[in-house]
Design a protein around this ligand. Structure first.
Ligand code: IMP
Ligand code: MG
Length: 186
């Protein structure tokens, strides 16, 4: 008689929360490759400058750059949060962009666009530096929680409004090293 073995569901624990595998590494890499091909098609002979938002986008940016064949450059920024004039308002300022983007074709590389607040801040700040164009490449996008109206040109995966970790994304700074993406279970 043939026996059927069910694969155990891979779960991990980070601090007080449990996560189960959601997007395996091979699926991530195939979508990253597809995004790179779209960028290659759109940016031939334009020498785009990838502006990578640290920390979350480091792994996506690394895999993406390896698949992009068109001539390009890369730069890294961080968004430092500080409390704005209203107690509820968090203003994010770009740090680390120490080169001119005047007249350049910019591709922002992000791990995830959730409400879109972070990205909108970044877009506004970068627009002031007179680039020729700005587009967005995000690995993940949560359409149900998106509150803004800017366009996102390159999306790896549209996902439901659940908390995820891995492949650069963290839960309280943990889980960034995981090569698969995990979803919260509790
Ligand atoms: P937004 O400003 O709401 O679009 O949120 C953007 C930031 O929130 C991202 O850059 C992440 O750092 C964080 N974030 C949003 N959703 C998740 C998630 O599911 N897991 C981990 N971080 C997340
Ligand atoms: Mg981020």
């Amino acid at each position: 008689m043939q026996s059927v073995t069910l694969k155990p569901m891979k779960t991990i624990k980070l601090k007080d929360k449990t996560f189960r595998i959601n997007i395996p590494s091979d699926e991530i890499l195939s979508q990253v490759k597809r995004v790179a091909q779209e960028i290659d098609k759109d940016y031939e002979n334009r020498r785009p400058l990838f502006v990578v938002v640290l920390n979350g986008a480091f792994m996506f940016a690394s895999d993406l750059m390896k698949q992009v064949n068109t001539e390009c450059e890369i730069s890294f920024v961080k968004l430092s949060s500080y409390q704005g004039t209203q107690s509820t308002e968090t203003v994010k300022e770009i740090i680390g962009l120490n080169q001119s983007i005047d007249g350049r074709d910019i591709i922002i590389v992000e791990d995830i666009v959730d409400t879109g607040i972070t990205m909108e801040n970044l877009l506004n700040d970068l627009h002031k530096m007179s680039p020729k164009s700005i587009s967005i490449a995000t690995l993940l996008y949560k359409p149900e929680s998106f509150q803004k109206d800017f366009d996102i040109q390159y999306v790896g995966f549209s996902i439901p409004n659940d908390f995820i970790v891995g492949y650069g994304l963290d839960y309280d700074e943990l889980g960034r090293n995981l090569s698969d993406i995990y979803i919260i279970t509790n």
